[in-house]
Design a protein around this ligand. Structure first.
Ligand SMILES: Cc1ncc(COP(=O)(O)O)c(C=O)c1O
Length: 416
C-alpha cells in the first residue's frame, strides 16, 4: 500500500473517508505520470503510431509474463477474443460452449466468428463456467460441430482448468456413425481462454493466457493492466496461430496490399503499447495489493456479524462471499459479494458516496439479442440468481485500509 494520500482522495479530519470510489485511476496516474508521459513522447518522437517497436516489445513482455509462446497486440479485448477463436479454428457453422454469466463480448465474439454460442450455467461458488455441466452436456446432448470451449476467468480467478483440460483430452476423437456403425472423426475441441479480467492470474502456477490454445486479454481502462484507450492482446501456445492472428488483425494480409483471407483492422496503437509497458512493470505489485485488500475485506466481513462465509454460506446470510479455488492465484479484478436486497444496498452505499457496480445484471442467455437461441428464464438458474445478488465493491491497488473499513462498516449499518 502506498504511504502518501493522493490528492484525489478526500478525507475528513477524523480520518474517515468522505467517499470511496469504485475505481480511482487518477491515484495510479499520479504515481506514474512522468514515466507515462515520457513513454507517450517516445512514440510521438518516433512517429510510429500503429504496431511498430512498442507493440512488438509489449508482445514479448506479455508472452513472458503469461508463459505463452507468443502474443499478438490488437485493438481491444473483444477483437482479441475474435482473433483467439478464429485462430483456434472456429468457423461458420461451429458451436462454442461458454458461460451464461459474463460480459457480452465473451459471446458476441463467438457470433462474429460465425459460430453459435452454447451457454452453460456457472458454478454456484465461483460463478465460473461449471465444468461438471459442460461434461454432462457433452455426454448427453453434444452440440453439433463443437469446436471450442471458452471459459472466462471471471473477476480475476481462473476457471477450473484441470477439469476443462481433462474434458478436452478425454473427448473421444472418434464417434460412431449411427447409420453405418463406422467411426467418424469428430471435430477437435480447443480451449480458448477469456482472460480479459485475469492478467497475472495463475492456475497451479501457470499463467492465465498459457492454459488454452489461445487466450484473450483486455486492456480497457478499468482493467488491472489498462491502456489509455481501447487495446487488447491474444496469447497462444502455438507460434503458427500467432502468425495467423498477425495476418488476421491486419486485413488478412501477409504483406502490404496482398490479402489471403478476410481479416479486419484490429491493430494496436503504439501509444497504447508504450503506456502498457510502463504499467506492466508494476502489475505484480498492483495485483498483490489487490489480494491484500481482498484479504482485508474477507476479514472485516467475517468479523462484521453479517455471517458472511467463504466456504459454508448459509443461504440466509445477508452477505455471502464467492468461493476461492486453492489452485487459482486470484488477481481480484473485482471484489464481488452476493447481497440480500442488493439494489437497496447499492442505493444506500451510493447515498454515502461509496461506489459499487453490478457485473452483470442480466445473464447472456436472456439478452434480447440471443432470443434466437430459444433459451428462457429458468434455464440457467445459478446465473440468474447471481445476476440478482452480485455487487462489486471498491477495488484498486491504491485503495486504503480506511476506505475498506468504511465500505464494510456501511454495509453492516445497512443490515443492522
Ligand atoms: C470477460 C470479458 N470479456 C471480454 C471483454 C472485452 O474487452 P474490451 O472491452 O477490451 O473489448 C471484457 C471487458 O470489457 C470482459 O470483461
Amino acid at each position: 500500500m502506498k504511504s502518501s494520500l493522493p490528492s484525489s482522495q478526500p478525507a475528513k479530519s477524523s480520518g474517515a473517508p468522505e467517499s470511496v470510489p469504485l475505481l480511482d485511476l487518477r491515484r495510479q496516474y499520479n504515481e506514474i505520470r512522468e514515466e507515462v508521459l515520457a513513454a507517450i513522447a517516445r512514440v510521438c518522437d518516433s512517429q510510429s503510431f500503429i504496431l511498430g517497436p512498442e507493440v512488438e516489445a509489449l508482445e514479448r513482455e506479455i508472452a513472458a509474463l503469461t508463459g505463452a509462446a507468443s502474443a499478438v497486440g490488437c485493438a481491444s479485448g473483444t477483437e482479441a477474443l475474435w482473433l483467439a477463436l478464429v485462430a483456434a479454428g472456429v468457423k461458420p457453422g461451429d458451436s462454442v460452449i461458454t458461460t451464461a454469466f459474463s460480459f457480452f463480448a465473451s459471446a458476441s465474439a463467438i457470433v462474429r466468428a460465425g459460430a453459435t454460442p452454447v451457454f452453460v450455467d456457472v458454478d454456484p461458488g465461483t460463478l465460473n463456467l461449471d465444468a461438471a455441466l459442460v461434461e454432462r452436456l457433452l455426454q448427453t446432448k453434444r452440440p453439433e460441430n463443437l469446436r471450442a470451449i471458452l471459459p472466462v476467468h471471471l473477476y480475476g480467478q481462473c476457471a477450473d482448468m484441470d477439469a476443462f483440460d481433462r474434458i478436452v483430452r478425454e473427448d473421444v476423437k472418434e464417434d460412431v456413425n449411427k447409420d453405418t456403425k463406422e467411426h467418424a472423426p469428430k471435430f477437435g475441441v480447443s480451449i480458448v481462454e477469456d482472460a480479459a479480467q485475469a492478467i497475472g492470474a495463475e492456475w497451479r502456477g501457470r499463467g492465465a493466457g498459457s492454459l488454452g490454445v489461445t487466450a484473450a486479454f483486455s486492456f480497457y481502462p478499468t482493467k488491472n493492466l489498462s491502456a489509455y484507450g481501447d487495446a487488447g492482446i491474444v496469447t497462444t501456445t502455438s507460434p503458427e496461430m500467432a502468425e495467423h492472428m498477425r495476418q488476421l488483425r491486419n486485413h488478412g494480409s501477409p504483406r502490404r496490399y496482398y490479402h489471403h483471407e478476410f481479416g479486419w483492422n484490429g491493430r494496436m496503437d503504439g501509444i497504447q503499447a508504450a503506456v502498457l509497458r510502463v504499467k506492466l512493470k508494476h502489475i505484480a505489485d498492483w495485483n498483490e495489493s489487490r489480494r491484500q485488500h481482498a484479504a482485508m475485506y474477507d476479514q472485516l466481513f467475517a468479523a462484521s456479524g453479517l455471517r458472511a462465509s467463504l466456504h459454508s454460506d448459509p443461504s440466509n446470510a445477508p452477505v455471502r462471499l464467492l468461493a476461492r479455488t486453492p489452485q487459482a492465484k486470484h488477481v481480484f479484478h473485482q471484489y464481488v459479494i452476493r447481497a440480500q436486497r442488493r439494489d437497496e444496498l447499492r442505493k444506500f452505499l451510493a447515498e454515502r458516496k461509496i461506489g459499487s457496480e453490478i457485473y452483470y445484471p442480466l445473464p447472456l442467455h436472456l439478452q434480447p439479442v440471443f432470443a434466437y437461441l430459444g433459451l428462457k428464464a429458468g434455464d440457467m438458474p445459478v446465473s440468474e440468481q447471481a445476476a440478482g445478488e452480485v455487487l462489486a465493491l471498491p477495488m484498486f491497488p491504491e485503495l486504503t485500509e480506511a476506505e475498506i473499513r468504511c465500505v464494510v462498516e456501511s454495509i453492516a449499518e445497512f443490515y443492522s
